[in-house]
Design a protein around this ligand. Structure first.
Ligand code: ADP
Ligand code: MG
Length: 232
């Protein structure tokens, strides 16, 4: 199944009296259990692509489909619900809450969603075990290493059982060894939870851990593009 599909997506930002095309007729399809790397120079549109795929920004034109659902047809509230239920987002900086333990970082989201805290705690402990942090569930961010904090971030993104996992430069703040283990973990969770994972990265040495590489330049994509007319 195609979990994430972009069809002819263009995103323009106002730029003085003219406009800047951050995304220029981008076509992309990522399937369940597929791990795609997205590379390209700074300013080429990688983060813009993730923001549009995350339904955080509406494209100027074109379609974004998540699990076959056309996002542009949704109301603001429906889009928020879709993002909550289907999309996991992992940025470079984990943005953990300083006062909370690892397990609480995961549980608070479910609590805010009105779900049972007891069930959420069980799920959070399972996910922290998956990411290799079963011994650190009660540690707060300052007691964790950078790599461990990024693992909490990954576990947190998986709490909602997302179909699509969007990851922006997850290793930019980490040393080589920790970077490799974070990319290996993303490979593992993509396989285990069958997410369609898109990872923006500068580390070309980890590309072999992913299934495909798409390359961006001036808002245009090449490599993993699909013809716009191709059906689901
Ligand atoms: P990358 O992640 O590949 O570095 P971005 O998606 O951040 O690229 O940026 C693509 C282009 O869009 C760049 O020219 C950038 O300056 C521009 N851009 C990004 N965000 C905004 C914004 N909020 N307003 C105006 N221009 C933006
Ligand atoms: Mg970026």
């Amino acid at each position: 199944m195609t979990s994430l599909k972009l069809v002819n997506v263009t995103l323009e930002y106002p730029d003085g009296t003219s406009t800047l095309k951050a995304l220029d007729a981008v076509n992309l399809a990522v399937h369940q259990g597929e791990f795609l790397s997205l590379v390209g120079p700074s300013g080429s549109g990688k983060s813009s692509l993730l923001a549009v795929a995350a339904t955080l920004i509406k494209p100027t034109s074109g379609l974004v489909l998540i699990d076959g659902q056309d996002v542009s047809a949704l109301t603001e509230a429906e889009r928020t619900a879709l993002r909550r239920d289907k999309v996991g987002i992992i940025f470079q900086q984990p943005n953990l809450l300083p006062a909370l333990t690892a397990v609480e970082q995961l549980v608070i989201r479910e609590h805010l969603r009105g779900n049972s805290v007891k069930d959420a705690r069980t799920k959070a402990e399972e996910l922290l075990d998956v990411v290799g942090l079963s011994g650190a569930t009660h540690k707060r961010p300052h007691q964790l290493s950078g790599g461990q904090r990024q693992r909490v971030n990954i576990a947190r993104a998986l709490m909602g059982s997302p179909s699509v996992l969007l990851v922006d430069e997850p290793t930019a703040a980490l040393d080589h060894q920790r970077s490799e283990s974070v990319v290996r973990l993303l490979r593992q969770v993509t396989d285990e939870f069958r997410t369609a994972t898109v990872m923006v990265t500068h580390d070309t040495e980890y590309l072999p851990l992913t299934d495909a590489v798409a390359s961006m330049r001036d808002g245009r994509i090449s490599g993993a593009a699909v013809p716009a007319a191709q059906p689901n």
